[in-house]
Design a protein around this ligand. Sequence first.
Ligand code: AMP
Ligand code: MG
Length: 424
Amino acid sequence: MISVEQALEKILTYVDILEEEEKPILDCLGQVLAEDIYSSIDVPPLDNAAMDGYAVRSRDTRGASRESPRFLPVIGMVAAGSISERELELGTAIRIMTGAPIPKGTDSVVRFEDTDELLRRGSSISQQLPTEIGILCEAEAGLNIRRAGEDITKGSIVLSKGVVIRPSEVGVLASLGHSKVMVIRRPVMAILATGDELVDINQPLPLGKIYNSNTYSVAALVLRYGGIPRILGIALDSEDSLVAKLRQGLDADMLITTGGVSAGDYDVVKDILAKEGEIAFWTVRMKPEKPLAFGTIRGSSKAGIVRNIPHLGLPGNPVSSMVTFELFVRPAILKMMGKKNLAKPTIDAVLEDSVVNSDGRRILARAVVKEHDGKYFARLTGPQGSGILTSMSLANGLVIIPEDKEEVAAGDVVQVMMLDWSEE
Ligand code: AMP
Ligand code: MG
């Protein structure tokens, strides 16, 4: 038996960071940037007003107060998106809107609230210019002015290679006028379910059969972590069926099969996989489910080049296939995508149940984690059979009981791998 860490380490040596591709920025969410992004412009491009108000010279406001306003003639107006036709002359003001470039000669913007604008107009802000404006406070130089390049200076590096693209990075790229960007491509993950008992969803369910759920839970996990699922369907527990289905997925970046890896009579997956490539069968010191197949299959790239595709054979039990995916497939996807942090977020929580660990395996128990007064509490979801898929649906985390702990009592602090920090 090998440990979870040993299994993961081995799997990760078989996958590598994928190639780069150029894509529209909105299609890159969650992908890793493959180039340094420099700015060819200042953002904002020009000094501009941070408030609606009046562009003035600060020294023309000296001594101004609510009791004794300084009155300045208004010589023009400038809206966002346009440039003032007039320079600010000594002893004058220009009405200015937020975001508008400040007229030449301006060193300060006095917001409407610090002028008698509202008194003059009541509450309605019309486009009509007053002939003069009363300034009600002294303005220091630089007041309410956003400087050119304050956010980004021309020529500077804005985003570095390796950064994960989130909505803010999409926004930053847009602010520089980039419509496309180089990122590490997403891995294509071929998914094959095996088992004579399986029926695809949207078919009637004959007696003795079950619906194929693994393909869909695994494909959903692939999507969640940024991969592209390629569903190969269901292979029967026969050599011909398995080989025929496998062949359809040989240009993928990784092949995931579910089922057929235990020691049962009909578990032909292991025999075929051994013929079609190189395969190792591992018993991983964990619960749920220990058997895992791992190896490579001879395939070819899109360009027709022969290559070995990493293959992971997950256990057939619906809970086990999801849990082993989280432990072993997720990090492989992230590595292929160029990500550095491969670990799922883990927290400390007070366990509200007791768990007995009789055979020295690492237990990953489905649990609901709740926060109370700044502390986390984990309660098991009930029966932990590895066929009870609804227990995965109830859970938002997996409580980790170390292999060397024979018992964890209620009230003990345990580590929980969070499956979900859902906001919904
Ligand atoms: P196996 O590893 O093939 O022996 O499968 C273990 C258990 O998981 C059996 O009860 C199977 O019926 C079940 N199982 C295998 N594959 C699937 C699947 N794709 N969807 C739902 N259950 C499955
Ligand atoms: Mg089977």
